[in-house]
Ligand binder design. Sequence first.
Ligand code: SF4
Ligand code: SF4
Length: 225
Amino acid sequence: MLGFGLIKGLSVTLKNLFSPVFTIQYPDRRVGLLALSKHLDKPISKILTETPKIFLLGLVRMVKIPVKIDQFPRFRGNEFVWYDDRCTACASCAKYCPLGIIEIVTHPGGENMQAGENYAIDKFDIDTGRCMFCGLCVEACPYDALHMGTDFERGNYERVNLVLDKETLISQNKNPSSWFRPQFEENEYNPWEKDLNNPKEAGRHEKPSYQNIKNKWVSKRKLDG
Ligand code: SF4
Ligand code: SF4
């Protein structure tokens, strides 16, 4: 029938016009007054009196609010979380990395001599620009010092800025992914809700203290002997 194709095509357009929208605006979305009030947790009257300019923008749905994308706690971002307090500089992570992109430089720390001495860390770099985020380094870490991170907004203009160095790893927010970390799931830790800054909460067991090691390997042996 003449014109049937046109009607058929327009019906598809009409159907999609009124179907739910699946596109998510990111990193900001434009909202009206109701959504803004909910976002700010403030009544609309207060927005009018305190920030009339924003109120007017809200009237025409032109206020931008950041979008929070919900992810699962096991989501792996393109970064890492490292607890220097838990790290013994054993370099297992660096040895297991198939791409050899973890660089660790240490010097003898002068403690725990009886247990083979510890190491102080001079350099701990991960080149995320070459990383495939396979997680083998995280699996290899015997002390739960290294975790996959959850942040995924680390885009950069220069590759050199994709290297996560020791200082960055120490100072950045700590929201480790619960991927390969059953203790986080047991404790119902959700990296999207809060930071996990306490290194003691990050591991399955505490890093033994110098005194613990000495008791186990030196004092006890003397008694046994
Ligand atoms: S996630 Fe994989 S590629 Fe990236 S540093 Fe760890 S082991 Fe290497
Ligand atoms: S992060 Fe873990 S595996 Fe890597 S050096 Fe530190 S303790 Fe060893």
